[in-house]
Design a protein around this ligand. Structure first.
Ligand code: UDX
Ligand code: UDX
Length: 455
């Protein structure tokens, strides 16, 4: 029985390996992590991440051919194929700080693989990395004893949080990058055969390692660019009485543009978009392609502008002051159906409101633990409440940050009754029924549409 190892049991490594184990019972799949608490959680009834449908997948394979462990050393020795899915955050120090990827965990992992390998291995980059990282990995892996061969492949993960199980089970495509050598082609064929257990063969693409690495950055950059594009127009809509949803619908019906990823919002979040674009920007600058770098950097700048614009809009609409006013923030996760708050626009919005001395109460069905940690330094200015109806009691305004479907079904008549008047709703996701809220008495401020105001 062949063994697949994954180093890094996070949002990507955990679900991906659970799906491989489920679909490929003849492989033993081991997932290791330096975080012992995380590993314990994967073995328990309460998984470390919230992801619809994931329980079912993990339960079906756990202790059958799916194992979680902290024993990195012997797991490396036993593995035939090693996926590396450790985090590669943006550097916060030194050269490239704030833009380049911090590759220290990555390199440490490469050295560990080298130190504990006595047989040939296929090493698969799962983490998103700058183009040509595989080259550095190969140099490290081949700096050791002769006789052990490492074949490095790139196999970026395109799953989105909240729909990870669906995306893994039925991916648009799987991308595998390898070298055009005998051992490279053999390694690619082996990885293709794993995915072919459940993914139609015509959706498994092979490419060069470098194309594969760049394709992941490019996919995220294009997705984020669509959001920044529609968000840039939302600002113009607010000045011209055009309605951003009508515009999105009209352009999205053009087959060449397509309807998805055109929802104007308070901004995009998540661990990938900003990090990967800044990575791309850094790479372009490195190669002297400054115009290309500036082009992509603007996607991130537009997103920050959109978050700041949201805060300014709240303040301006509430008579230019929110000092001492209670504002209920509905949702803190960066999107619905996840507890993840990394780069969530809610972070910047709450900080902006607190800077104006608002009294903020945050509610979210899955993300309050992370919200606590993200806002720990703000002290008493922020409180947390799991029940949105209670969060709204005594509030002057609601600010919707996450498109949780629960928020569309709340008893807004009751909520309105419990709020200070005039009561405001700032819908950062355009998901509530604005006309109905207005009819209840709310002053409603959507994104990219004319406000519905009684004032
Ligand atoms: C990560 C990367 O951020 C992303 O770029 C890549 O595409 C996939 O891997 P994610 O799974 O969301 O994404 O990250 P995270 O949830 O932080 O998981 C990484 C895990 O690696 C953590 O559990 C961490 O403890 C672990 N890790 C980190 C190790 O096991 N060893 C290390 O040396 C460093
Ligand atoms: C993204 C990519 O979609 C995925 O392929 C990659 O592997 C990782 O990065 P993720 O960040 O998990 O996935 O979620 P995604 O659904 O892409 O949403 C990202 C952000 O954009 C969220 O904050 C979401 O609310 C926002 N968004 C999305 C919008 O504001 N408007 C839209 O129309 C779509």
């Amino acid at each position: 029985m062949k063994t697949i190892l994954c180093i890094g049991a996070g949002y990507v490594g955990g679900p991906t390996m659970a799906m491989i184990a489920l679909k490929c019972p003849e492989y033993r799949v081991v997932v290791v992590d330096i975080d012992a608490e995380r590993i314990r959680a994967w073995q328990s009834d309460r998984l470390p991440i919230y992801e619809p449908g994931l329980d079912r997948v993990v339960k079906a394979a756990l202790n059958r051919n799916l194992f979680f462990s902290t024993d990195i050393t012997s797991s490396i020795a036993e593995a035939d194929i090693i996926f590396v899915s450790v985090n590669t955050p943006t550097k916060t120090f030194g050269q490239g700080s704030g833009r380049a990827a911090d590759l220290q965990f990555w390199e440490k992992t490469a050295r560990e693989i080298l130190a504990h390998s006595t047989t040939d291995k296929i090493v698969v980059e799962k983490s998103t990395l700058p183009v040509r990282t595989a080259e550095a990995m190969e140099r490290i892996l081949h700096s050791g004893r002769a006789g052990v061969h490492f074949e490095v492949l790139s196999n970026p993960e395109f799953l989105a949080e909240g729909t990870a199980v669906r995306d893994l089970e039925n991916p648009d495509r799987v991308l595998i990058g390898g070298h055009d050598t005998d051992s490279g082609r053999r390694a690619v064929a082996e990885l293709v055969s794993i995915y072919a257990h459940w993914v139609p063969r015509d959706r498994i693409l092979t490419a060069s390692v470098w194309s594969s690495e760049l394709s992941k950055l490019a996919a995220n950059a294009f997705l984020a660019q669509r959001i920044s594009s529609i968000n840039s127009l939302s600002a113009l809509c607010e000045h011209t009485e055009a309605d951003v949803s009508e515009v999105a619908r009209a352009i999205g019906m053009d087959n060449r543009i397509g309807p998805r990823f055109l929802n104007a919002s308070v901004g995009f979040g998540g661990s990938c978009f900003k990090k990967d674009i800044l990575n791309l920007v850094y790479l372009c600058d490195h190669y002297g392609l400054h115009e290309v770098a500036a082009y992509w950097e603007q996607v991130v700048k537009m997103n920050e502008y959109q978050e700041d614009r949201f805060v300014q809009n709240v303040i301006a609409s509430m008579f230019n002051t929110v000092a001492g006013k209670r504002i209920a923030v509905f949702g803190f996760a960066f999107k619905a159906d996840t507890g993840d708050t990394r780069e969530s626009p809610a972070i910047r919005v709450v900080r902006g409101l607190v800077a104006e001395r608002a009294q903020v109460v945050v509610t979210d069905p899955q993300a309050l633990g992370n919200a606590h940690r993200d806002l720990a330094d703000l002290g008493d200015a922020v409180t947390f409440e799991i029940d949105p109806v209670k969060a709204a009691v005594g509030a002057h305004a609601l600010a919707v940050m996450t498109e949780w479907s629960d928020y569309e079904r709340l008893d807004y008549r009751r909520i309105y009754g419990d709020m200070v008047k005039p009561a405001f709703v700032f819908d950062g996701r355009n998901r509530l029924n604005h006309r109905a809220l207005f009819d209840l008495g709310f002053n409603v401020y959507p994104i990219g549409k004319k406000p519905l105001s009684h004032l």
